[in-house]
Design a protein around this ligand. Structure first.
Ligand code: AMP
Ligand code: ZN
Length: 474
């Protein structure tokens, strides 16, 4: 199997550090708002990478953090007049709901920055002891960038060409830096900000040190894959390397660096001020979450992906084509009265196996999900033209299993069980509806009522509160 490594700018043969185990870390979102559809791209893609490794027999230790202390979180908290943890906890919970809708498996661990402060203080102390960091007069601790000889090796930048002024480099106390390239490891608190005690001042960690510390704690000094969106290559990942390799004395911090390209809207960069900003929640009001997942995987992860109504329509058509085939084959299998695979069917099954092989071949070539979807379409076409009259149940069952096997690797749900909602599930939706009404979010309240109605649950607003019953009483 080959993966493209941002470090070498080449596809490289993939070999894990520890046989049979993949250790991967993917930078997660800063939680001050609902996640947007750009954030969903790395989440869906790397979830698929994890699923594929598991499919190929690896054990995967997948770590993805939540950045829950940050200027934007503090700003949102001040605007609402609440503690920053109220904001971060709220949006972690909302993010997990979106992940569940998109069939993104929970990571092995989702560490939160605020719960790992001691580790950050330890690593910063080590960096100071080794001469890679220093405390400025106001208590800020800076990383001494030029001391790390390999600085720039991931982003292929020459340190002498670098200028300060990148987003994470500019901070308070700029004038106290020894060199404009030095970046912050620890910064003093400002009035009204959350802070922790440290040997340098009451303050909080810089963003880059979080990921160095959390990845080391859960994955060790070296990991197999470090991932994230391509905007993180510089300075975030470059700084993570500088911190981790200097602190541990161990190289490489990560063996393979994988970065997804950006998602744009109608060929423009998504931005709030341009009015083309969509949360996952916005999009899921209009589309099935599986359509959004299908859409994200329909391009190779290193190619930019354009979000438009037309491309979403294509995704919906493509996804529906697979679901129709899945429903058709399930229906025929239930109705089939013959058992035992015939010799002719045996041959057809052998032919169908080819689609698994091509699926694996393209996924082995740097996780080409676009071509993997094409292989699934080939299988769908094959199934549609080979569900012959009088086919045996076993034969149909094997085709069905193959379709499920491949769509499961992509995390696409195409076989839907007709599920009954549990009583507690119904009650929590009713609670959410009550809250939405209190918040005067009537659109959401009506949406929940409609969802429940579709599932055969009838609500009755009485003076003692909301009563409910199942329409199809059994
Ligand atoms: P952030 O919360 O901005 O740190 O982003 C969390 C993750 O989403 C990072 O891996 C980013 O690189 C990624 N990301 C943010 N915006 C986009 C976008 N428009 N397209 C693809 N990935 C994105
Ligand atoms: Zn990170």
């Amino acid at each position: 199997m080959k993966v493209y490594n941002t470090m070498s700018k080449q596809k490289e043969e993939f070999e894990t550090i520890e046989p049979g185990v993949v250790r991967m870390y993917v930078c997660g979102p800063t939680v001050y708002n609902l996640i947007h559809i750009g954030n969903a791209r790395p989440m869906i893609f790397f979830d698929t990478v994890r699923r594929y490794f598991e499919y190929r027999g690896y054990k995967v230790n997948y770590v993805s953090n939540f950045t829950d202390v940050d200027d934007k979180i503090i700003k949102a908290a001040n605007e609402e007049g609440v503690d920053p943890s109220v904001i971060s906890e709220r949006y972690i919970a909302e993010c997990k709901k979106d992940m569940a809708s998109l069939n993104i498996l929970p990571a092995t661990v989702h560490p939160k920055a605020t719960e790992e402060i001691d580790g950050m203080i330890d690593m910063i102390s080590t960096l100071i002891d080794k001469g890679f960091a220093y405390r400025a007069e106001d208590g800020t601790v800076y990383y001494r960038t030029r001391k790390f000889r390999d600085y720039g090796k991931l982003s292929h930048k020459d340190i002498d060409d670098l200028r300060s002024g990148e987003r994470a480099l500019l901070v308070t106390g700029e004038d106290q830096k020894e060199d404009p390239l030095d970046f912050v490891l620890w910064k003093p608190k400002k009035e009204g900000e959350p802070y922790w005690e440290s040997p340098w001042c009451q303050g909080r960690p810089g963003w880059h040190i979080e990921c160095s510390v959390m990845s080391r704690k859960y994955l060790g000094d070296s990991m197999d894959i470090h991932g994230g969106g391509e905007d993180l290559v510089f300075p975030h990942h470059e700084n993570e390397i500088a911190q981790s390799e200097a602190a541990t004395g161990n190289e490489p911090f990560a063996k393979y660096w994988m970065h997804n390209a950006f998602l744009n809207i109608d060929s423009h960069k998504m931005s709030k001020s341009a009015g083309n900003f969509f949360t996952v929640r916005d999009i899921l009001k209009k589309y099935d979450p599986q359509v959004l997942r299908f859409f994200m995987l329909s391009a190779h992860y290193r190619n930019p992906l354009n979000f438009s109504a037309e491309l979403m329509q294509n995704a919906e058509n493509g996804y529906t084509r697979i679901v129709n085939c899945a429903e058709d084959i399930s229906f025929r299998m239930e109705k089939a009265d013959k058992t035992g695979v015939t010799p002719d069917e045996e041959k057809l099954l052998e032919e169908a196996g080819r689609f698994r092989e091509s699926f694996i071949e393209v996924m082995d070539d740097d996780l080409n999900t676009a071509d993997a979807i094409a292989a699934v379409f080939d299988l769908v076409r094959f199934i549609n033209s080979n569900m012959h009259e009088g086919a045996s149940a076993e034969y149909l069952g094997k085709l069905k299993d193959l379709l499920k096997e491949l769509t499961d690797v992509l995390g696409l749900i195409v076989f839907r069980e007709k599920e009954e909602l549990s009583d507690s599930g119904i009650e929590s939706l009713i609670e959410e509806r009550q809250q939405a009404r209190k918040d005067k979010n009537f659109a959401r309240a009506d949406e929940i009522r409609d969802t429940l109605k579709e599932m055969g649950i009838i609500l009755e607003d009485t003076k003692d509160g909301v009563k409910w019953k199942r329409a199809r009483a059994t």
